[in-house]
Design a binder for this molecule. Structure first.
Ligand code: ZN
Length: 187
């Protein structure tokens, strides 16, 4: 299952994210997050599509590093580059608009991008439950959880196993922060 392209993509992502840390309290290396996605897709959901797995491991390179679409296209081909581009937020937009754009774009994403997006939301939901970003007040966490579910709800029918994994992670995250009141930032 682990083929040459996926190994190259994983090494490329590890290099690009090498100076970044996750924003959770324990500040683990950033690459753990893309690795969470390929674990969810390949091991938990048994997805073997190499384009999806490479798209997943590279999914934050354009958004969060100096990587450009052309770099990925040159190294990994247009199919993988297109998947990464599809799951890349437009950072010129303010935060609220970016979140709204994810909700609106979700149902129109390609089947491959939907799988990457679902795995991303599962990984983030598990983090919210077990290891939320440091400095976030509980209401912000609750808002984030609700927003993630809204994005996933607009991709229902894309992949049954991934949706079930998300629902389980969502329930755990909700239970972990029960009793907190949402800020309603998206209202
Ligand atoms: Zn991500």
């Amino acid at each position: 299952m682990m083929n040459e392209t996926l190994i190259r993509a994983t090494v490329f992502a590890a290099h690009k994210h090498r100076h970044q840390r996750r924003k959770m309290a324990d500040a683990i290396p950033y690459i753990n997050h893309p690795l969470d996605l390929i674990h969810i897709l390949a091991i938990e959901a048994k997805i073997a599509d190499i384009n999806v797995l490479c798209g997943a491991v590279l999914h934050d390179t354009i958004e969060d590093t100096d990587t450009e679409y052309d770099d990925i296209e040159k190294l990994f081909g247009p199919k993988i580059a297109d998947i990464v581009a599809e799951v890349t937020d437009d950072k010129t937009l303010p935060k609220a608009a970016r979140k709204q754009a994810q909700i609106e774009k979700a149902p129109h994403a390609s089947p491959e991008a939907k799988l990457v997006k679902l795995a991303d939301k599962i990984a983030n939901m598990r983090d919210m439950a077990a290891n939320p970003p440091s400095g976030w007040e509980i209401a912000r966490i609750i808002d984030y959880i609700a927003w993630s579910k809204e994005v996933v709800d607009r991709m229902r029918g894309a992949h049954e196993v991934l949706e079930k994994l998300f629902d389980a992670a969502y329930e755990t995250a909700r239970a972990a922060h029960q009793g907190a009141k949402p800020l309603g930032l998206l209202e």
